[in-house]
Design a protein around this ligand. Sequence first.
Ligand code: 13P
Length: 268
Amino acid sequence: MKVRAKETKRPLRMIVANWKMHPDSVSEAKALFLASKKEAMRRKNVQTIIAAPFVYLAELHTRAVGARVSPIMLGAQDVSGEKGGTHTGEISAEMLAGVGVSHVIVGHSERRARGENDDIVAQKVSAALKKGLVVILCIGETARDTSGNYLSIIETQLRIAFATVPKAILKSVIIAYEPVWAISGGDGRGQTATSDDVHEMVIFIRKILTSMYTRPSAERVPILYGGSVGGENALVLMQQGMIDGFLVGGASLKPHLFGAILTATNEK
Ligand code: 13P
């Protein structure tokens, strides 16, 4: 099944909850989804996307009101770069679209750490876009250095991931800047990037996209930040980092913390 590409327009703010390999049971997943949805429904300026483990997606879809028009949408955490066939354990973009998934995270650093390189990421980006999914492309350096090498890592990740993505499809792309050194161990409390770090990176990402496409199309791509985001740092990152929202790990598992991030994003 091919679904129509959902247009992602700035300046709609958005929050993507990356549940990673949580929770442990379908009943807990349903409860967490409903609690997150309750928080999301109260913040009308924010589009919320819940990226749940594959096995819960079909079940959760029935709980996402009106799918594409609701303030809460469903995402997957990965997708195969293959269309279908003899690929044991893989999940295709078509399968995801078929169970009501609209967004997919591609190139998360936890997948890159398991051997996913930029070429594989590019293949996944292309496979997902072909089936009308919105791609949330994760990019980020493992460490900061004083000579600016981290910027060339980001540039390479972007250029390879989008090498075959035409300008017309760029509207179905979201970029999540997640410096690997800022990702928490699961409790959402690690070393957060400063708003200056984030702002510098937003400018840099738009510069690279402008050189690949055009300035107006580069300006329309939403850029999220991820890495130890919580209620206490979300507002300053939104206001001074010049981002369009967040990719949240640990704090998305606790509805009251997730609600605090939603409030900051909603009120920017
Ligand atoms: P934390 O919010 O737990 O740092 O995780 C960030 C992340 O990896 C989201 O994809």
